[in-house]
Design a protein around this ligand. Structure first.
Ligand code: SF4
Ligand code: SF4
Length: 387
């Protein structure tokens, strides 16, 4: 018997999808050209036509719990072919942004990260944290350990960031920010996995009731090479060349993550503080990753500006701005330090720390969370072996 469903439109959801980049949603007249045009969409219950109708009816719960929205890679093929200019690719992007904010808690932070008016406050939070905690540590622990944790007038010939902001102060702020992010992701993903599984059973995408963790692990191993090589991006037509810039940014982040961990071990396990020699291979990796981040970021900005038929909303510019800000301030700190410009280097370093904090603390609420949600959705799709 066909499923009976009482439609209860969530008007607030429709407005929010429009604000997040899906403003042309209502132009859709359900021709299904988009689902045919999409090379990624499966044969069974294809997207994005069904998501277009659900979004225009305001069926929020059905959309945020639908793992299909994460299978879309926002290539724009469907948007280019839509005869009504409804921009289905952008609508799915807007629903994903909504879902990220919906799964992450606390909700007010999700709203703030997606609100341009809140950006100055979000950036001020780490600045205030560093200054206030720095003064407190200077007053309380400074005399005990004979250390200055925050020093606005570092002296001596050698320029070292730790003379300005002590590594301990950096770690006292960054490590909790990192684990806050991990906890927010863990809580959000717990709800997300429960929801997409219930939705897949309800819509007949799968008949697997319980999770087989070994099979899930195998599915994850299966999708990691696909993600690492950006194979799905390459299946698209319109934005196929975007995969190179995406890969540069992805591997730059992976490289910088490895570098941070190695330097963490060097400092706390081996007792070797920086700055490290430019001949050190880990330093090479850091510099190559920094350059890749900047070049990849600029290429992504160029691609966005070139694609005038696609909507670029605040969530897109926030992410691109953060990528570029991280890369430019990271390289800027290093170059000015080597040039001997102490004051400039310390100032850029302070900005760099603001952006690193933003990366850690705000990622579960931003577009970068796609990396995590899409990986889970692709793994789930492989797990249920949908055709
Ligand atoms: S989004 Fe465009 S292509 Fe897709 S069903 Fe609607 S009108 Fe047709
Ligand atoms: S944007 Fe690309 S991947 Fe997403 S639904 Fe459209 S054609 Fe498919």
């Amino acid at each position: 018997m066909a499923e009976q469903y009482l439609v209860e439109p969530d008007v607030g959801f429709i407005k929010e999808v429009a604000r997040l980049g899906g403003g042309d949603l209502k132009k859709c007249f359900q021709c299904a050209t988009c689902s045919v045009a999409c090379t990624i969409s499966p044969d069974t219950k294809p997207f994005p036509r069904k998501e277009m109708i659900a979004a225009s009816w305001g069926l929020k719960d059905r959309l945020v719990a639908n793992h299909d929205i994460w299978l879309c890679h926002n290539c724009g093929d469907c948007t280019a072919k839509c005869p009504r200019g409804a921009k289905p690719g952008d609508v799915l992007g807007a629903i994903r942004a909504y879902a990220v904010a919906d799964y992450a808690i606390p909700k007010f932070l999700g709203k703030a990260v997606n609100d341009p008016k809140m950006l100055p406050i979000l950036l001020l939070i780490p600045a205030i944290l560093f200054i206030v905690l720095g003064f407190i540590l200077n007053a309380v622990l400074g005399p005990v350990f004979g250390t200055t944790f925050l020093n606005f007038a570092p002296t001596g010939e050698e320029i070292a960031q730790a003379k300005f902001i002590h590594t301990t102060l950096v770690d006292i702020i960054m490590i909790p920010a990192f684990f806050f992010s991990v906890a927010v992701f863990a809580l959000g993903l717990k709800r997300f996995i429960t929801d997409i599984h219930a939705d897949a059973i309800r819509t007949g995408k799968t008949d697997k009731k319980a999770f087989d963790l070994v099979a899930v692990g195998k599915a994850l191993i299966q999708v990691i090479p696909t993600i690492a090589a950006h194979r799905k991006f390459k299946e698209c037509d319109e934005n196929k060349d975007r995969s190179t810039a995406h890969l540069m940014v992805l591997f730059a982040f992976i490289g910088l993550f490895i570098v941070t961990n190695i330097f963490f071990v060097a400092l706390y396990v081996l007792g070797q503080p920086g700055p490290y020699s430019q001949l050190n291979p880990v330093k090479w990796l850091a510099n190559i990753a920094g350059v890749a981040l900047v070049i990849g970021g600029f290429l992504l900005v160029k691609k966005r500006l070139d694609k005038t038929d696609q909507v670029s909303s605040y969530k897109d510019w926030y992410l691109l701005g953060l990528v570029l800000a991280l890369g430019l301030t990271g390289l800027g700190t290093e170059i000015t330090r080597l040039a001997g410009w102490g004051g400039v280097s310390y100032t850029i370093y302070f900005l760099h720390l603001m952006f690193i904090f933003s990366l850690f603390a705000y990622t579960p609420f931003s577009k970068l969370a796609h990396l995590v949600y899409r990986t889970v959705a692709l793994t789930y799709d492989a797990y249920i072996s949908r055709k």
